[in-house]
Design a protein around this ligand. Structure first.
Ligand SMILES: Nc1nc2c(ncn2[C@@H]2O[C@H](COP(=O)(O)OP(=O)(O)OP(=O)(O)O)[C@@H](O)[C@H]2O)c(=O)[nH]1
Ligand SMILES: [Mg+2]
Length: 634
């Protein structure tokens, strides 16, 4: 059963790429004449740097950002043969084995390959979904001479590949060149690599000025088209197999290299992945503002702006359609203002759109304000999950709910808008849990705004769970990033010490034991868990409950009533969601024979719920309390 599910999941993964592409968006011819983005990641290292280990992890994170757009990753300029060797060996040692009971022909139709020496056991075949190689007595035999690491980009889960791509992408930068970021020699070296590997997107993990971006795009596009003949190529014009490629599968005239910096990359992820609500509008706003600066500063505005939205590079829904729709508008006869130049039309369109989005955001802000007023008086605790991207927030929510309600994936920025779900704490008390967008190092300033509104809900939460991937080597740095962003958003120390519970997630991956001394030192609770294996999650629910009871002023009440009303009252208490613990059930023996048995319960309630409970079941008690006076609105 498990195997079958696994194989189905793998099948799904394999074919999900085609299915995931939105159909309705008009496609523009993409660079190199195909829609696939072949991305080169470059992580520049400056002097003094942050230390080799941290720099490498930042590079891995950069690789992760490209991966979260489902781009194909290309080896960096400093790729070494030993990396390829390691990858092949690692694949050989850990072959991806899937045993399936499905119909063989069906599987073949779906593109699965039956290995030539498939191991036969109880009529089951072993299929090799991604790897080249054969099985012999259950052992994977890998042909070490073959180039099996071509498709690196899709093997994101393999840590060795991830790490190798990151290592090959580290580029030392002694000083930043004002117009091209890199020095002439580096630009040429990378240009050569771009030509060799047919790269059409370069992500430089740093902020670039619009001028630097434009110049790099220009010069690397020339390299990609083969217009700049490099030393090596002009020396050996015949022995390069690139020449055949040029004639066959690549239209070099169409070659276009797009350069992304950290800002545009994160913006691109946000634009592509966030689909709803204010978060999407905020992102659209950042996007439009950015598009406008491009437009103003660039002389050849239309070309450079449209290049941002090229085909798959920018499936940014309305943003995409609105901005590139100048020609469509003309076609529809909606062109106005004679004498308006292309750039003026673009600018006006962007301005109009900015005004519209701003209005929508304001309106929603007002709505939220009203809702907030309502939320101020609430009896169900609100718990927000925050933390660095990929820390396991969504996984924890799924684990508590015991089903997959939010997607949890090994991708950066998987969750982009706040989701709230109802959960039950340790005693059965209801609570609302909010899953939020992940944090990241050097979040571009403009995007902090988008964050602000998505995280507004955090400010209203009674408890904030800071989920940390404690197994991550840069866990401490990630924590600092979270704290800094919180500070930028206006959350102070008091907020931290009053509402915070720190959750050390992924303890199953820890190589060193947990430092319990550190746990005891802090002023807020620290709870080590594994959301994947459901370790210690129950205890976490208890700690959340204790803290929320304290914050929400809940206290124990003794309720005594006839046993025949038991079901009705208990149901009410559960339905109203605010009961936190029923203790000490005592059956009181009848005083006289024939009397109904009474029952006494200890429940922990907030005052509002207690008053409602009294009003529902014993209204006479309330009248007594008011001493027979009519209510104020009589
Ligand atoms: N080994 C291990 N993996 C975990 C654990 N918790 C989460 N993961 C994995 O970590 C990856 C990221 O988990 P998510 O829940 O998507 O992380 P997130 O914090 O919601 O990430 P964003 O939505 O991108 O901010 C997934 O592949 C999870 O399966 C854990 O306790 N142990
Ligand atoms: Mg998530």
């Amino acid at each position: 059963m498990l195997i079958r599910r696994l194989s189905n999941a793998l099948l799904k993964y394999r074919f999900s790429k085609e299915a995931a592409e939105p159909q309705q968006v008009q496609r523009v011819k993409a660079p190199f004449g195909f829609t696939q983005v072949n991305c080169l990641v470059i992580h520049p290292i400056f002097y003094p740097n942050k230390g080799p280990e941290l720099e490498l992890y930042l590079a891995e994170e950069a690789v992760g950002l490209s991966k979260s757009l489902n781009w194909t990753l290309e080896k960096g300029p400093f790729w070494k043969e030993e990396y390829s060797q390691k990858i092949r060996i690692s694949q050989g040692r850990n072959p991806l084995q899937v045993k399936v009971e499905n119909n063989e022909d069906e599987l073949k139709e779906e593109g699965w390959e039956l290995s030539s020496k498939a191991h036969l056991r109880n009529g089951e075949y072993i299929y090799l979904p991604f790897l080249n190689g054969t099985y012999d007595d259950g052992q994977m035999l890998v042909d070490l001479s073959s180039e099996s690491d071509d498709d690196l980009g899709h093997e994101w889960k393999n840590k060795i590949i991830r790490n190798s791509i990151a290592k090959s992408s580290l580029v030392k930068v002694k000083r930043i060149h004002s117009s091209t970021f890199f020095t002439k020699g580096k630009v040429a070296m990378l240009g050569e690599h771009i030509y060799d590997k047919k790269i059409n997107a370069v992500f430089i993990n740093h902020e670039l000025t619009p001028l630097q971006t434009r110049n790099l795009e220009k010069v690397w596009t020339q390299y990609a088209k083969g217009e700049i003949a490099t030393f090596r190529r002009s020396e050996n014009p015949d022995d390069s197999d690139m020449a055949t490629d040029a004639e066959t599968d690549i239209e070099y005239e169409d070659a276009y290299v797009k350069v992304f910096d950290r800002f545009t990359m994160i913006l691109q992820i946000f634009a592509k992945r966030s689909t709803q609500g204010v978060a999407r509008q905020q992102i659209e706003l950042s996007f439009l503002k950015f598009a406008k600066t491009k437009l103003v500063r660039s002389g050849s505005a239309f070309a450079s702006l449209s290049s941002i939205f090229l085909g798959d590079l920018m499936m940014a829904k309305e943003v995409y359609l609105e901005v590139v729709s100048a020609k469509q508008r003309r076609a529809l006869g909606k062109m106005s203002g004679s004498g308006e130049s292309e750039i003026q039309i673009q600018r006006r369109q962007i301005d109009e759109r900015i005004a519209k989005v701003r209005r929508q955001i304001e309106e929603e802000g007002l709505q939220r304000g009203k809702l907030k007023q309502k939320k101020l008086i609430h009896t169900v605790p609100r718990i927000a999950l925050i933390g660095y991207t990929n820390a396991g927030k969504s996984q924890l929510l799924n684990c508590i709910l015991q089903k997959e309600v939010v997607e949890s994936k090994d991708l950066l920025f998987q969750t982009l808008s706040t989701t709230s779900k109802q959960i039950r704490l340790a005693s059965g008390q209801k609570a609302i849990m909010l899953d939020t967008i992940g944090f990241i190092t050097d979040l571009p300033h403009d995007l902090v705004e988008s964050f602000k509104c998505t995280l507004e809900e955090v400010a209203d939460a009674d408890i904030v769970l800071h989920i940390r991937d404690i197994s991550h080597p840069c866990s401490e740095q990630q924590k600092q990033v979270v704290l800094e962003v919180l500070q930028q958003l206006g959350f102070n120390e008091e907020f931290y010490s009053k509402k915070m519970i720190e959750v050390w997630n992924k303890i199953d991956l820890m190589r060193t034991p947990i430092d319990f001394k550190q746990i005891q030192q802090e002023t807020y609770p620290i709870v080590p868990i594994s959301a994947l294996f459901n370790t210690n999650v129950k205890q976490l629910l208890q700690i959340m409950e204790d803290k929320s009871n304290l914050i929400m002023n809940k206290r124990p009440y003794k309720l005594r009533y006839n046993i025949d009303e038991h079901q009705q009252r208990l149901k009410w208490l559960f339905d109203n969601g605010n009961i936190s613990g029923i203790k000490n059930e005592i059956h009181i023996t009848p005083v006289k024979k024939g009397n109904p048995t009474e029952i006494e319960y200890e429940v922990i309630l907030d005052e509002i719920t207690y008053n409602r409970y009294i009003a529902t079941f014993t209204p006479e008690l309330r009248i007594k309390k008011n001493k027979g006076m009519p209510p104020p609105n009589w």
